[in-house]
Write a protein that binds this ligand. Structure first.
Ligand SMILES: [Zn+2]
Length: 124
């Protein structure tokens, strides 16, 4: 991925982070981001994935890794849901044990946020 493509994908991610961090209550967290252009980001199960997050909820910090190669395949609506999904992992981390149950919970939360936003409820 060339520099300009990577910069574009990073800016798309940052646009949704700027929108959603305060809305979901994570504005006070310290967030560290790795924007990876080599298509090597792996999830907890070892599979190739477009994004991964390691929250440290007691310290209100999280490390994100974004797979820019896969992110580029998303339209804006899909990317927004991906960003919210990763943020939701931070919200549930202290009660979740990882695995399929956590993935299902954050997927449902992300879709609920997206539906609510797209119906004009958020920011109204
Ligand atoms: Zn997930």
């Amino acid at each position: 991925m060339i520099d300009s493509d990577a910069a574009l994908q990073q800016s798309r991610i940052e646009m949704f982070l700027d929108k959603w961090l305060p809305l979901v209550g994570l504005g006070d967290w310290d967030m560290y981001h790795v924007f990876n252009r080599d298509n090597v980001v792996h999830g907890a199960d070892g599979s190739l994935t477009q994004a991964a997050v390691t929250p440290q909820w007691p310290y209100m910090e999280a490390r994100f890794e974004w797979n820019l190669t896969m992110i580029a395949q998303n339209d804006d609506d899909s990317l927004e849901e991906v960003v919210i999904h990763e943020l939701c992992h931070c919200l549930v981390d202290e009660t979740a044990g990882g695995g399929d149950n956590e993935e299902h919970a954050v997927t449902m939360l992300a879709r609920a946020f997206c539906r609510t936003d797209r119906q004009g409820v958020i920011g109204a």
